[in-house]
Design a protein around this ligand. Structure first.
Ligand SMILES: *Cc1c(COP(=O)(O)O)cnc(C)c1O
Length: 374
């Protein structure tokens, strides 16, 4: 069976881990974590990058930084991973789901204003498949209504919107290094901060609510409990693994892009014959080839497609069950309208295998997909 995902190793991870072992610093914020922070700050130009043990953790820090009170509302898409919503629900806030655009499958910026109420405190965008939301329009709305903007850029490392790296346009951004993402650490993530004031508090929240980071830099003479917080930082073994991946980030992206382009070229004739729709990337966005998905005409067609691929030895998957229709979503959140595009996309989208090494069996995938469509 050709798997849907296979984590890529650069070959340098184990020697970096051996180095972390030799350094004798195994908890967080050692030399490898500093290297990862420097890489992130250089490549994204964020004023502060902080490694976390997951993107989920980075989103939880965002929710703490926003000082959300029970009943405060956060506008977001329903078509996303659960962590986008959970991070805010943990603070007692209410996710308010807005529909997505048919083309990029991202939050529909034209529907945000109508969902704003006196309780709205923030907008949390999700850059689906590493393709940016319409950030100019979204930042304009946020400014006019005094809202904060959090970017769930879990899928967005190495992607840009009008030249700006994803995760650095809003007030706060969250990246993921989960093994299903492009640059991986097993489990891992990062918080990107644009505003230095938020960054200082983020450091404290990430370090169990203490000013330990300031203490280590000699900026305060004792370290103590100064705010609420938790333990959000990864250990050095994880950071060492991640550092090896970051060193290879350009290579990883271009190899994924080559596969993405092969899918895109292959799918063109099927799109012309109206058997499917291909991903759409606006001209002002560069993407990172995080995902290749197809939109089939119906739920029935998608089910048949996935079954047919499976019989031909190729694993493909679908996601997401819209959060507003899920059991926890019904309890903790609210939808603004019927979200027809969300429902339609959720029924029709299928993700194709995309991992470095797939080159060797790519023809088998294409043959299986041709067989399923024709
Ligand atoms: C993967 C993902 C997450 C969660 O990332 P973790 O690092 O596993 O916590 C959150 N949001 C989106 C959109 C994702 O794709």
């Amino acid at each position: 069976m050709i798997p849907f995902n296979k984590p890529y190793m650069t070959g340098r991870e184990l020697s970096q881990i051996a180095q972390a072992h030799a350094n004798g610093h195994l908890s967080g914020d050692g030399p490898f974590t500093k290297r990862c922070h420097a890489w992130l700050e250089t490549s994204t130009r964020a004023s502060k990058a902080l490694l976390t043990h997951s993107c989920t953790a980075a989103l939880e820090i965002c929710a703490l930084l926003l000082d959300l009170q029970p009943g405060d509302e956060v506008i977001m898409p329903s078509y996303t991973f659960v962590s986008t919503a959970n991070a805010f629900v943990l603070r007692g806030a209410v996710p308010v789901f807005v529909d997505i655009r048919e083309d990029t499958i991202n939050l529909d910026e034209c529907q945000i204003e109508a969902a704003i109420t006196p309780r709205t405190k923030a907008i949390c965008v999700v850059h689906y498949a590493g393709v940016a939301c319409e950030m100019d329009a979204i930042m304009d709305i946020a400014q006019r209504y005094g809202l904060k903007v959090v970017e769930d850029a879990a899928q967005g490392i190495m992607s840009t919107y009008r030249g700006h790296p994803l995760g650095t346009i809003g007030d706060l951004g969250a990246l993921s290094f989960h093994e299903t993402k492009n640059i991986i650490a097993g489990e891992g993530g990062a918080l990107l901060c644009r505003d230095p004031d938020l960054a200082e508090r983020a450091e404290i929240i990430r370090e169990k609510g203490t000013n330990r980071s300031l203490f280590f830099r000699g900026q305060v003479d004792k370290y103590t409990w100064v705010d609420i917080g938790s333990s959000f930082l990864p250990g050095e073994i994880t950071a060492a693994f991640l550092a090896a991946q970051m060193d290879a980030a350009d290579d990883i992206t271009s190899r994924r892009m080559a596969l993405w382009n092969r899918y895109h070229t292959w799918a063109a004739s099927h799109e012309e014959a109206r058997r499917l729709r291909r991903p759409i990337v606006p001209a002002h966005c560069t993407h990172n080839a995080h995902m290749y998905y197809l939109l089939l005409p119906s739920l029935k067609a998608r089910t048949a497609f996935i079954d047919s691929l499976k019989k031909a030895g190729v694993q493909s998957v679908f996601h997401y069950i819209p959060l507003h229709t899920s059991p926890a979503g019904l309890r903790y959140s609210r939808a603004h309208g019927d979200l027809p595009v969300t429902r339609g996309i959720s029924d029709r989208l299928v993700r194709m295998p995309l991992w470095i090494g797939l080159e060797d069996v790519f023809q088998q995938v294409i043959d299986a997909a041709d067989g399923a469509l024709l």
